[in-house]
Design a protein around this ligand. Structure first.
Ligand code: HEM
Length: 551
């Protein structure tokens, strides 16, 4: 009997579909089994996508797709470390992404980030560095000998002269900001989002002290006046996932937002390129040396010469990584510090008293910095509670081992090449082993047994000090740049202003229109002091009221 062609095709399609589904299922089961072996069956969750994979980032957060920020949003409700009774847990995806360990253990952090870097068993993950590598290799994105070459040139640009310049510029910019924002003759100022000020502040500081550009509060950095660098960075922050994930052809798609993204990237590149050219010419034309990081970098590079000198794309890569690393991080942490100080009047009074005792009415001097340890401590504590570098992500570059506590027993477990290990900074910095009452904003953790650089405090019996800035040889190069700027700005603000939460009217407020019922401070705390993600982790928009301190 002849089988009609239609039925025959239908049967073929069914066989094809069933075979394809079968194949897919088997391949996913094999992927899961290999993933479980790669992490040596360490307890944890098995989900479709690894949280940092493209699908994990794009799809909305749910119990089966934790999302980028689950270490924050699940920390009280579905804390994986508590659930599995270990400071290191596994996340093994069966559809896409790499088997991964998440850790909140400082011991594992040191094995991976410090010892792993030295022995080359662990290194940074190229795919996740794509957003940075886009600009060219840099000190933040390279490994091994290349990293040493970059660090050798970039590292010395961060020195005491640079920090003195940061201090002086922060002081001038603060005065400039008060005048330009019309605060000079006001006794009370309401700010709906303090980030509008801190983002601009840290961008101008990095532009002036990082790159020696003559920008002010009224004329911020721009690409020849066409588009401001702030706008470029905002676009780049919004489209970070696209940059990491998109193949080359996707950049040519005819969508408005892709065109805008391309424009932001092109403007940034031309801005940075022009700066490098100008600085080179200035260097050759005059024997006077500028003090900004960028001039020192170009100067060191010219002096180095030959094989050890950085090429133009490497210089651009470094400039961008400094702009990238030094802008939002400091700004977010400043906003969080101000938010917490507004909430905790007693702590604010204590810190302000130190500022008034040290600086009083006179000009703030860079020499005051070590005496303002309570201001620094408030900034460190905010960095602990909102670590802008959310994760330290590393990849096993070869088959290796880690020593972990599993079910209370210290064991050596094999880790396969390609496995990711993510140091979860929220986990570490809210870990009861290192911080008592971690949900409390308590700057005294950092100065009870303080020295000026923040090492060896009451709580941190076994930590590397301020982990928010990373640990080991790859720790933050801009830490003191950031703390100098922060201590100066916070001191000036606290000396001149009392800071309060700007309370919003209750949605269902029943009061008269002239005096609406306001939310409580607790409600403000719950509404505002929540994490959000730009290029880096930060706090939501912080609304504040500044009231001038009299006499
Ligand atoms: C609150 C402010 C800041 C925080 C919390 C912070 C945090 C961090 C962290 C956690 C790392 C290590 C990343 C890793 O190991 O994967 C890092 C590296 C780095 N940071 Fe920062 N950072 C801040 C400000 C700055 C500033 C202001 C600059 C520059 C002006 C800067 C430049 C860098 C550079 C160049 C690296 C790479 C160092 C290397 O790999 O050798 N950071 N930062």
């Amino acid at each position: 009997m002849d089988i009609p062609a239609l039925v025959y095709n239908d049967v073929n399609w069914r066989i094809f579909t069933v075979t394809a589904i079968g194949f897919l299922l088997v391949s996913r089961v094999v992927k899961l089994a290999n993933g479980l072996k790669a992490v040596n069956f360490l307890p944890g969750i098995r989900i479709p996508f690894q949280p940092l994979s493209v699908m994990g980032l794009i799809l909305p957060e749910s119990p089966w797709n934790p999302g980028l920020l689950f270490t924050w949003s699940w920390r009280h409700t579905r804390n994986l470390y508590e659930l599995y009774g270990n400071d290191t847990v596994s996340i093994v995806p069966y559809l896409s992404g790499v088997p991964t360990l998440y850790t909140q253990s400082l011991d594992v952090t040191r094995q991976v980030v410090t010892a792993g870097h030295r022995s080359a068993t662990f290194g940074k993950v190229d795919e996740l560095n794509r957003a940075l590598l886009f600009w060219g290799p840099s000190v933040a994105s390279t490994e091994r000998d290349m990293w040493k070459k970059h660090r050798r040139i970039v590292g010395p640009a961060f020195n005491n002269e640079t920090y003195a310049l940061v201090w002086a510029s922060s002081q001038n910019l603060y005065a400039d900001m008060l005048t330009a924002e019309g605060w000079d003759d006001r006794n009370m100022v309401d700010v709906s989002s303090v980030q509008a000020l801190t983002l601009k502040f840290s961008l101008i500081i990095i532009a002036t002290c990082g790159f020696g550009l003559p920008y002010t509060w009224v004329t911020p950095p721009s690409d020849g006046g066409k588009i401001t660098i702030q706008e470029c960075l905002e676009t780049i922050a919004r489209t970070g996932v696209f940059t990491i994930a998109a193949p080359g052809w996707a950049w040519k798609l005819p969508f408005k937002w892709i065109r805008q993204t391309r424009r932001a990237y092109d403007s940034m590149r031309s801005f940075i390129f022009t700066q490098i050219q100008e600085r080179r010419e200035a260097l050759h034309a005059s024997s006077d040396r500028e003090k900004d990081v960028f001039s020192r970098l170009v100067e060191a590079n010219e002096a180095e010469g030959g094989k050890m000198a950085l090429k133009d794309d490497e210089l651009i890569g470094n400039v961008f990584s400094l702009l990238f690393a030094g802008h939002e991080t400091t700004s977010h942490t400043l906003a969080a510090t101000l938010g917490f100080l507004a909430l905790h009047e007693d702590i604010q009074d204590e810190v302000a008293a130190q500022v008034i005792e040290v600086i009083g009415e006179r000009e703030a001097l860079f020499e005051d910095y070590p005496k303002l340890d309570k201001v620094l401590a408030a900034f460190y504590e905010a960095a602990r509670m909102f670590p802008s570098g959310l994760f330290l992500v590393r990849e096993a570059k070869q088959d290796t081992t880690l020593t972990l506590e599993v079910g209370g027993v210290r064991s050596v477990i094999p880790i396969r090449k390609g496995t990711h290990v993510i140091v979860d900074m929220i986990g570490v910095q809210y870990n009861l082993k290192y911080f008592t009452e971690p949900d409390e904003f308590r700057p005294s953790r950092w100065y009870a047994k303080s020295d000026s650089d923040g090492q060896g405090k009451e709580d941190l019996t076994e930590s590397d000090g301020v982990t928010a800035f990373g640990v080991g040889p790859r720790a933050c190069l801009g830490r003191k740049f950031s703390t100098t700027e922060a201590v100066c700005l916070l001191s000036l603000l606290l000396r001149d202003w009392r800071i309060e939460p700007l309370l919003a009217p209750r949605a269902s407020a029943g009061g008269a229109k002239s005096s609406p019922v306001l939310e409580t401070r607790e409600e403000w705390h719950a509404r505002v002091m929540e994490a959000t993600m730009g290029l880096t982790l930060g706090v939501k928009n912080v609304p504040l009221r500044f009231i001038r301190r009299m006499g």
